[in-house]
Design a protein around this ligand. Structure first.
Ligand code: NDP
Length: 688
């Protein structure tokens, strides 16, 4: 597929719906051979206009949609990016990344859009308000309830990103703010901003992006942070020092603007003492460390910088890692034979070499750092390449060294430990990291070590032979799992499914009568107004059902025959239903009906048996058996339409349908609640 991306030597910002920039600004060199490939633009950006556009046009177009339609839009954007992915791969080579490295950035980025599309469809309602928890009574008579809602923040999400994942870094944040209903302004790191620009062009040219929902800054942020207000959000990925500087911007502090930081961290991997040199786990450990050192030439916030190994394994680990790293072919990523590419810029290379010199003051060289190592590809001797380099710490308990210095490239340090408690203490010396991997065969070690590691790490990956085939690896943040870590790692959180979306929403506690809370949340709250008519609710199409539409059924007296029949049918002859003596000794002091009989009997009371718009019952939520039902009790059910979600889906037969959740209360002759639950159904729509 030919890409519609217009390659221009001058990169353009996308501000207030227009591409801005014609005059060349800063030159950007390819780290592969040093040639200038793009320029930033010299024109300044009017950030007042950009913010105004996001707050008016961007917000309006997003609020004209709802969670469900934005989820569909994310899915379509992901498909579009995959359709044109080859054009992105071609540009990504210029950043020094191999195809393998770029896969995480490009297809991983699109994958994050898909993941958030399904989070939206599965977990979010129609509309633009999340009712976070069940309403609970605050008074005695059931007319004063409390609950929590989340609404989209009314400002702009400003994302400042790192150079290493120009596409994924943007999309992992965009997916969450877009689903929440906030417009965003993205500022990628300048050195690789050409790849982000290409991605934004594709998204824009797809025609799928709502107006004003995404703007792009090439170059610096000018006075943008000084113009934000209390409804805005800033997210940052990059160095701890820039994070520390930006988060104390007076305007950010004065207006309590949330500032989420994901900063550099000194992640470790631990080889547990139970793993012997000839076990499969030993080989897994070696592979994982070597992979993390070389993927993206070690320029990953999650890469393993500290390799914690038992003292008696230093020689074995050094030899195996040295042998593995020696096989790494380094050079121009355009060549299929190259496994590790360049660092993203010459500045980055200079930084990494300076950090390596610092590290060498407290460690010895195990392998790498050779003069004139072999490089593949014409002209690559002029590029920003570094050989994978393994160090051995002289004193892992000393301050400084690998516990403090991050060389953001293919460099790791072996740190021998005396026993597992020593390993736990050394892991914490990173002062807060994004991720750690524990390689062990022993569940007892995992039970002891993981809680201690969890206090210092955003994610703990346990690796053994059983998990190895499916493991997504130490270094991959997953859309469904939290990304971010405490302390030095920035203290922020990203991703984590619905958690990530909530960063862009404001939570409010609400109090009022059940009818008021129903009106606000769009969900029936018990005790609120209900509507009854001659038409059975199961006979109404999705569109015609009202929240609060209700049916109170006829009654049914539970007999011993019911219990016996149900026991024979189900095979459940539990003493409580069948053993008169044991039942009398129990807390209920008599035989009682099966809870599942009560459920089945309630369904028999409330269903409308004839063919109709209800297409399927796909489950129950929040089921509780509250009061026992002894022989002779009389039960009835109240069925009330609680929640409707229009996911725009079709049934397997192609019929348009929506989700309807029904509140069910089963009561006895004393009006006591016997069973309480939600049933989940799919109901046919009359129209597409
Ligand atoms: P920086 O912290 O220098 O830059 C990160 C982002 O912040 C870039 O977009 C940069 O823009 C921007 N920025 C820098 N200064 C300002 C400012 N005053 N106002 C607004 N925006 C600003 O990190 P780098 O990307 O240069 O990487 C340096 C180090 O960061 C690495 O060596 C590594 O230690 C760490 N890092 C951590 C990552 C993580 O995911 N946790 C990822 C990548 C790097 P510009 O490019 O225009 O300067």
């Amino acid at each position: 597929v030919q890409s519609p991306v217009a390659r221009s030597p001058v990169l353009q910002s996308f501000i207030a719906g227009e591409w801005l920039g014609n005059q060349a600004g800063q030159a950007l060199a390819s780290p592969v051979n040093g040639e200038t490939i793009y320029h930033t633009h010299a024109e300044t950006i009017d950030f007042a206009r950009s913010l105004e556009f996001a707050r008016t046009k961007g917000r309006a177009s997003l609020m004209a949609m709802d969670f469900q339609s934005r989820a569909s839009c994310l899915r379509d954007l992901g498909k579009h990016l995959l359709e044109y992915k080859e054009s992105l791969y071609a540009i990504s080579l210029l950043t020094g990344a191999t195809r393998n490295d770029s896969w995480v950035d490009i297809e991983g980025g699109a994958g994050t859009l898909f993941a958030y599309a399904s989070v939206g469809r599965r977990e979010l309602p129609s509309g633009n308000l999340i009712h976070e928890d069940d309403a609970f009574p605050l008074g005695r008579d059931g007319q004063f309830f409390g609950s929590h809602i989340l609404v989209p923040r009314q400002g702009v999400a400003v994302h400042i990103n790192a150079f290493n994942f120009p596409i994924w870094g943007m999309l992992e944040k965009f997916a969450a703010n877009f689903l929440a209903g906030m417009p965003c302004i993205v500022k990628p790191a300048t050195s690789t901003s050409y790849l982000t620009e290409a991605c934004v062009r594709l998204m824009h040219e797809s025609g799928l992006l709502p107006e004003g929902s995404l703007q792009l800054i090439i170059g610096r942020t000018g006075d943008l942070l000084d113009r934000l207000d209390g409804q805005d959000v800033v997210t940052f990925t990059g160095s701890a020092s820039t994070a520390a500087k930006l988060k104390v911007t007076p305007n950010i502090i004065n207006n309590s603007i949330p500032f989420n930081a994901e900063a550099d961290s000194l992640n470790c991997a631990i080889l547990a003492p139970d793993v012997s040199v000839d076990s499969p786990e030993f080989e897994l450990f070696i592979k994982e460390v070597a992979r993390e050192m070389t993927v993206k030439a070690g320029q990953k916030c999650t890469a393993i910088r500290r390799v914690l190994i038992p003292e008696n394994q230093v020689q074995a680990v050094s030899e195996r890692l040295t042998a593995r790293l020696a096989k790494m072919s380094i050079g121009d990523p355009h060549l299929d034979t190259v496994r590790m590419g360049a660092l993203a810029s010459f500045e980055q290379k200079a930084d990494v070499l300076a950090q390596l010199e610092q590290l060498l003051k407290s460690s010895q060289l195990v392998c790498g750092h050779d003069e004139g190592f072999e490089l593949l590809g014409k002209g690559s001797e002029k590029g920003a390449f570094i050989q994978p380099t393994l160090l051995l710490s002289n004193d892992p308990d000393a301050d400084g060294g690998a516990h403090d210095i991050e060389a953001f490239g293919p460099i790791s340090t072996l740190m021998p430990y005396k026993n597992i408690d020593h390993a736990i203490a050394l892991a914490a010396r990173g002062k807060g990291s994004l991720v750690t991997t524990l390689v062990t065969q022993d569940p007892e070690i995992a039970r002891k070590v993981v809680p201690a590691l969890a206090a210092w790490h955003g994610r703990v990956h346990i690796l053994n032979e059983a998990s190895s085939k499916e493991s997504t690896g130490h270094g991959s943040p997953l859309p469904m799992l939290k990304h971010g870590g405490p302390g030095r790692a920035g203290g922020g959180e990203e991703l984590g499914g619905i958690r990530g979306v909530k960063h862009y929403m404001q939570r409010a506690a609400i109090q009022g009568s059940p009818t008021m809370l129903s009106a606000v949340t769009g969900e029936y709250v018990r005790g609120g107004e209900t509507y009854e008519s001659d038409v059975h609710p199961f006979r109404r199409y999705f569109e015609d059902l009202r929240i609060g539409e209700s049916l109170l059924t006829h009654r049914r007296t539970v007999t011993e025959t019911d219990i016996v029949n149900f026991g024979c049918l189900s095979g459940d002859h539990f003493y409580m239903h069948f053993d008169d003596i044991a039942a009398r000794d129990s807390q209920f002091e008599q035989r009682i009906a099966h809870g599942y009989f009560v459920l089945s009997a309630a369904a028999g009371l409330f269903v409308s048996p004839g063919e109709g718009p209800v297409l399927a019952n796909y489950g129950l939520d929040t089921l509780r058996f509250i009061t026992p039902v002894p022989i002779g009790d009389t039960i009835r059910a109240r069925l009330t339409c609680k929640r409707k979600i229009d996911q725009g889906k079709l049934s397997p037969k192609g019929e348009p349908q929506g989700v309807v959740v029904w509140d069910v209360q089963v009561t006895n002759q004393h009006e006591e609640l016997v069973a309480s639950y939600d049933i989940l159904t799919l109901v046919k729509k009359q129209f597409d």
